[in-house]
Design a protein around this ligand. Structure first.
Ligand code: NAI
Length: 416
């Protein structure tokens, strides 16, 4: 009997099956997404009463009804960045852990940024188009090396800092602007204002999240602050740049070109048409949100999410979890004892809950060798490490007593 079952949908990369197998999880994989009823039926079809997990990408929706209908569903893996397709509040209330992969495509995006910096600088698009049309536009006019030019990075997080290292390897000078204090890598230099970065860069590349502060952060005024003949790259989020203002700056010749991968409105499917005010401008590279779309990123996503699911199954670790508070303890009890177990308890975060749980254990006479708690507003996650084997009758009685408390949402007993 496996320790858990997983249903992986939508062609999740095979790396996930491999990693889950190492955690003794039996995987069923399907290439397509499933509708609500099909999903409930597929998850209810696993034998035995071991817990189950589901791995999805963007097409399958984890609705409140799915969560309610499959109580043995302990975790959801979103093998992608977004989690809009999952009823997160309901999952948290039911103690279902949801993991995603926010950083697996970092390198893929950074590489595309560098490629586009060179392509823009050498006018590759218009030259290639001309060659395809039978014209031999061989002139060096307007074409430049990127060595010695300045790349200004807005948002020096995972992607921004990777792009910084790659750009320096090409001999570029790197400036960055971030609202948080960030350690400059290599010879990159932090600047204290957006205006300073815009006015000092030959290429400006955006790597910020979509927040109230970043929405519309590059509009007509900011574009005017950029150097004449500079280039703008946006592979972050669509609403960060005011697209009509960017079009004006490109048409007027103030900016020499742009590369855009993300848009305020993106087609919902490959069948829907793509509309943008930037279409038709030959100094603009338009890509269909493919910054992170590589085989390597897919394999990384498969591994990253499967590792998170596996650690949650084995140790209760919720690092990187979108729904439950972060808690990670590398088995303190097991390092000292041959036999040890952990009760993982998700509970309603109300006064008195801890004393009720500890009273149950105190009355049993079993000593607690490790305990850790993390909470959100409405939910608490508690680890209780005990110096007895998971197979010990006393531990199993404790788990079921804690599980039956009215404050408990979900309780599991792990072997450490
Ligand atoms: P990250 O969270 O590691 O870094 C974001 C950085 O932006 C942080 O250092 C943060 O302090 C900074 N920041 C936030 N607000 C700011 C502001 N108002 N001004 C200046 N800096 C600010 O994120 P990561 O992984 O580097 O991703 C960056 C962006 O790239 C995200 O929007 C993400 O959605 C997008 N992305 C796009 C992909 C694509 O396919 N084109 C693929 C993966 C990510």
């Amino acid at each position: 009997m496996p320790r858990a079952y997983a249903l992986l949908l939508e062609n999740v990369h095979a790396s996930a099956t491999e990693v889950l197998g190492e955690h003794d999880v039996e995987v069923r994989a399907l290439p397509k997404g499933l509708k609500e009823d099909e999903l409930i039926a597929a998850l209810s079809d696993f034998p035995g009463d071991e817990p189950c997990m589901v791995g999805i990408r963007s097409k399958t929706h984890i609705t409140p009804r799915v969560l309610e209908s499959v109580p043995r569903l302990m975790a959801v893996g979103a093998f992608c960045i977004g989690t809009d397709q999952i009823a997160l509040d309901e999952a948290r209330r039911r103690g279902v852990a949801v993991f995603n992969a926010p950083f697996s495509s970092t390198r893929s995006v950074a590489e595309l940024v560098i490629a586009e910096v060179v392509i823009l600088s050498r006018q590759i698009f218009s030259r290639s188009k001309a060659a395809h049309e039978g014209r031999w536009d061989k002139s060096a006019a307007g074409a430049h090396e990127v060595r010695g030019k300045t790349l200004g990075i807005i948002g020096y997080g995972h992607i921004g800092s990777q792009a910084s290292i790659l750009a320096e390897a090409l001999g570029m000078r790197v400036l960055f602007y971030d609202i948080d204090k960030r350690l400059p890598l290599g010879n990159a230099t932090s600047v204290s204002s957006l205006a300073e970065l815009l006015g000092s860069s030959d290429f400006v590349s955006l790597h910020v999240p979509d927040t109230e502060l970043t929405r519309g952060m590059i509009g007509a005024a900011e574009l005017a602050q950029m150097r004449s003949g500079a280039f703008l790259l946006n592979l972050s989020r669509g609403k960060v740049v005011d697209i009509p203002a960017l079009r004006d700056a490109l048409v007027s010749g103030h900016l020499a070109g742009a590369a855009v991968d993300v848009y305020p409105r993106e087609p919902a499917s490959t069948k829907d048409p793509f509309e943008s005010e930037l279409r038709g401008l030959d100094n603009v590279i338009l890509t269909p949100h493919i910054g992170g779309s590589t085989q390597e990123a897919q394999a990384n996503i498969g591994r990253e999410v499967a590792h998170a699911l596996g650690h949650y199954l084995d140790q209760g670790s919720t690092l990187g979890c979108v729904t439950l508070p972060p808690l990670d303890l590398s088995s303190p009890a097991s390092s000292r004892r041959a036999e040890a177990s952990r009760i993982v308890n998700v509970h309603h975060n109300v006064p008195g809950v801890l004393s009720a749980i500890n009273r149950v254990i105190a009355e049993s006479g079993v000593n607690i060798v490790g305990q850790a708690l993390a909470t959100t507003d409405d939910v608490g996650l508690l680890f209780i490490d005990l110096p007895l084997s998971r197979d010990d009758q006393q531990v199993q009685t404790l788990e079921s007593a804690i599980s039956s408390l009215t404050t408990s949402v979900r309780t599991r007993l792990l072997r450490l």
